[in-house]
Design a protein around this ligand. Structure first.
Ligand code: NAD
Length: 338
C-alpha cells in the first residue's frame, strides 16, 4: 500500500458574523477566522463598517441584505437578548446553521420554535457556553461519581461592577431579564450537565439600584433548587455588584466533595482531605478556540445536535419557570400597593 495516499481537503466553513462589532463578537472574530472563512458581517453599530474593512469582509447593516447577497454555511450570532429569536429564526428559515451566544432562548415556546425550524431545515443551532470547554469543568463532570451520591451543592458567581448596569442590559425590552438570564444561564447549564432538571426552585430577586428595581431587572438572584428522586438540594447566588469577582461550585456527596473554581477543581474525601486536584491556567481564548472549533466540527452530527438541544430546552424551561413565579409575585405586590 502506498504511504502517499492523498488526503481529501475538507473545505473551511463560510461564516456570517452577526453582531460582530460588539463585545463578544469582537472577542470571537480572530478565533472564528482561525477555523473558518468570514464571508460577511451584519451589525448596525456605527463602528461596524470600519471594523469590517479592517478584517476585510463585506459589511451589512441589515440581516436581510446579507442573506440575499452572501453565500455562507453558518452564522455566528452575538446580539442583545431581544434580537436572538428574530435573528436566529430568520437564519434557520434561510436554511443555514447557527452558532449563537446564550441564552438559547428566553421562553420555552421560542426554544421549541427554533428547534422546529432547525429540524425542518436539517441544520444545527448551538449555544456558546465556555464552561463546557473549560478543562477544569470537564474534570469536575468526569469525576462527579467519585464523591458518591451528591446531596448538596452551592454555586456562587459574582462580578464586582462598581457602576449601574448600562446599555441594552439596563433595558427590560432588550435584556428580557436580569442576572439570572445573563450570567445565570451559564450556571444553570453547568448544573444541567451534572444533574437532572430541578423539580422545584425557590428564588429571591434582589436589587442594588433603584432603576433596576423599577425595570424588574434583578442585580442579584438567590436560588434554592430541589431535585427529583435523589433528595439532592442546592443553592445558587449570582450577582453583578459583589465586593469581588468570583466563581465557586462546591458539591457534597456521600463519599466526598468536589470543589470547583474556573482555574482549579479539587476532589476531597469526607473530612476534607484533598485526594486529587486539576489545575488549568490557559488563556480565555483557548477555551473560545476549542468551543468554536468543536461546534464547527459537529454541525452535521445529528446525535450531538439532539443532545445539545435537549439540554438547552431544559435550561430555558428552568429559567422561564423561575421568572414566571417571580413576575407573578411582583404583580401581586403591585396590585396590593395600587
Ligand atoms: N459567554 C459569555 O461569557 C458572554 C459574555 C458577554 C456577552 N455574552 C452574550 O453575547 C451576546 C451579546 O452581548 P455583548 O455583551 O457582546 O453585547 P454588545 O452590545 O457588546 O454587542 C451586541 C452587538 O450586536 C449588534 N446588534 C444589535 N442588534 C443587531 C441585529 N439585529 N443584527 C446584527 N447586529 C445587531 C450591536 O450593534 C452590537 O454591536 C448576548 O447574548 C450576551 O448574553 C456572552
Amino acid at each position: 500500500m502506498s504511504g502517499n495516499r492523498s488526503k481529501k481537503a475538507v473545505p473551511r466553513p463560510r461564516v456570517l458574523v452577526v453582531g460582530f462589532a460588539g463585545h463578544q463578537g469582537k472577542e470571537y472574530l480572530p478565533v472564528v477566522r482561525e477555523n473558518a472563512d468570514v464571508v460577511g458581517g451584519v451589525d448596525p453599530a456605527p463602528a461596524a463598517s470600519s471594523l469590517a474593512d479592517a478584517w476585510e469582509f463585506p459589511h451589512y447593516t441589515l440581516l436581510g441584505e446579507a442573506l440575499a447577497r452572501t453565500e455562507f454555511d453558518v452564522a455566528v450570532v452575538t446580539v442583545p437578548h431581544s434580537e436572538h429569536f428574530p435573528v436566529c429564526s430568520e437564519i434557520l428559515a434561510h436554511g443555514r446553521h447557527v452558532i449563537k451566544e446564550k441564552p438559547f432562548a428566553v421562553t420555552e415556546q421560542e426554544a421549541r420554535q427554533l428547534i422546529h425550524l432547525a429540524q425542518q431545515a436539517d441544520r444545527s443551532i448551538f449555544t456558546l457556553l465556555q464552561r463546557n470547554f473549560n478543562p477544569v469543568f470537564r474534570f469536575a463532570r468526569e469525576n462527579l461519581t467519585r464523591i458518591g451520591q451528591p446531596y448538596w451543592f452551592s454555586y456562587d458567581y459574582h462580578l464586582n461592577l462598581a457602576h449601574p448596569t448600562t446599555g441594552w442590559r439596563a433595558s427590560r425590552k432588550h435584556a428580557m431579564g436580569g442576572v439570572l438570564l445573563d450570567m445565570g444561564y451559564h450556571l444553570i447549564d453547568v448544573l444541567s450537565g451534572m444533574f437532572p432538571e430541578p423539580s422545584q426552585v425557590h428564588s429571591a430577586f434582589v436589587h442594588h439600584y433603584q432603576e433596576m428595581r423599577d425595570r424588574r431587572l434583578e442585580d442579584l438572584v438567590s436560588l434554592m433548587s430541589s431535585y427529583p428522586a435523589t433528595g439532592l438540594k442546592g443553592s445558587l447566588r449570582i450577582s453583578r455588584h459583589h465586593y469581588e469577582k468570583a466563581e465557586h461550585l462546591c458539591v457534597l456527596g456521600t463519599e466526598g466533595a468536589l470543589n470547583v473554581t474556573p482555574g482549579v477543581a479539587v476532589l476531597h474525601s469526607i473530612g476534607g482531605l484533598p485526594l486529587e486536584s486539576f489545575t488549568w491556567d490557559g488563556p480565555k481564548s483557548d477555551i473560545a478556540r476549542s468551543m468554536i472549533a468543536h461546534y464547527l466540527g459537529h454541525l452535521d452530527d445529528l446525535r450531538y445536535r439532539q443532545d445539545h438541544l435537549q439540554r438547552q430546552l431544559r435550561s430555558v424551561h428552568t429559567i422561564e419557570g423561575i421568572y414566571r413565579d417571580r413576575l407573578r409575585e411582583y404583580d401581586e405586590i403591585a396590585d396590593r400597593c395600587a
